[in-house]
Design a protein around this ligand. Structure first.
Ligand SMILES: Cc1cc2nc3c(=O)[nH]c(=O)nc-3n(C[C@H](O)[C@H](O)[C@H](O)COP(=O)(O)O)c2cc1C
Length: 324
């Protein structure tokens, strides 16, 4: 059977060591740090340096960098290399104004010569394999990924991950996998092409591999409050059957574990809880429960670990009773 690699997409403020390890445990074949600003890295800003923290247990792991100056990016890549990641990934896809508007991330899709200079400088600066994550182009009139992929390959980039949207789409509309498939099927491309965008169910993953032929898929938002999605998808790809749903109590226990890991990572009870809230808000565990609103509000307000966990247990009992 062919391999079906599933990667945890890089996500700011989400893919910290605690969450990466959890996803790894459920079968993520590669994890990425959140994007790290190269200017802050070369200035040794403490909070930024912390983002380089990786552990043996999470390998293979990629450290992702962003910036717009080739020399600074190369310097930052050398600093990142000291943390011994398996890959250094270059972010040419972030659409947000504070990044793309300043000419970094997806902003570089409007300045391909600079994007290529950055890539060349980084590839030359480090021995670690360099990969790229990008989008289809700046806007619908400028889908340049076909030519860009070839040029990146020529510069020695080892893999390209493509989010099937343009910068102007931000996160709206649907990811265009047909464009990703075209790159993968170009006979001149021999490096792995990884697809990204809107994978939320095992069937999506099957289509990505079978129809579009990608070498790996990268999953982002669907992992929120559901790190076990990797296991569910793997099971489906390997057996053709849907995995039986995990008991609610087990799901809640995993979310609790995430809270504890976040508290430990941030060394602060309140911060760890606040940090986990985006996962609660998005988790399928808490979807579709009748009259849940008051409990949901409480769930997203609680600041004490023990109270939070008691509330989560109460919710687990409620769901189980409703199911029964
Ligand atoms: C909260 C959030 C933070 C993100 N941060 C990054 C980032 O640091 N680097 C990056 O390359 N992409 C980042 N992305 C984009 C994701 O990696 C991914 O490309 C996008 O969410 C589409 O995949 P999905 O549909 O599976 O979520 C971020 C996305 C979200 C929702």
């Amino acid at each position: 059977m062919r391999p079906y690699p599933l990667y945890l997409a890089p996500m700011e403020d989400v893919t910290d060591p605690a969450f990466r390890l959890l996803c790894k445990r459920f079968g993520a074949d590669r994890v990425y740090t959140e994007f790290i600003n190269c200017d802050a890295l070369v200035r040794s800003v403490n909070r930024t340096m912390q983002k380089l923290t990786i552990s043996e247990k999470e390998r293979p792991v990629a450290i992702q960098l962003y910036g717009k100056d080739p020399e600074t990016m190369a310097w930052a890549a050398r600093i990142a290399e000291e943390a011994e990641p398996d890959f250094i990934d270059l972010n040419f896809g972030c659409p947000v104004k504070k990044v793309a508007g300043k000419g970094a991330g997806a902003g570089l899709l409007k300045d391909i010569p600079r994007l290529l200079q950055i890539t060349e400088a980084v590839v030359k600066a480090v021995r670690t394999p360099v990969t790229v994550k990008t989008r289809l182009g700046w806007d619908e009139q400028n889908i340049i990924i076909g030519d860009l992929a070839l040029r990146l390959q020529d510069l020695g980039v080892r893999e390209i991950s493509i989010h099937g949207r343009t910068r102007c789409q931000m996160y709206k509309g649907e990811a265009d996998w047909t464009e990703i498939g075209k790159i993968k099927h170009n006979p001149l491309i021999h490096i792995p092409i990884n697809g990204n965008g809107d994978i939320t169910a095992p069937e999506d993953a099957r289509t990505a591999f079978d129809t579009y032929g990608v070498d790996a898929i990268m999953i982002g938002r669907a992992t929120f409050g559901r790190p076990w999605i990797f296991r569910e998808i793997k099971y489906f790809l390997e057996t053709g059957e849907k995995m039986p749903a995990m008991p609610v109590k087990e799901q809640i226990d995993i979310l609790k574990e995430h809270v504890d890991n976040s508290i430990e990572w941030l060394q602060d009870e309140r911060k760890g809880i606040v940090h986990s809230r985006s996962h609660f808000a998005a988790s399928p565990v808490f979807k579709g429960i009748a009259n849940f609103k008051p409990m949901r509000i409480q769930l997203l307000r609680e600041e004490k670990r023990d109270n939070l966990f008691a509330l989560m247990d109460e919710i687990a009992t409620l769901i189980t009773q409703n199911e029964g």
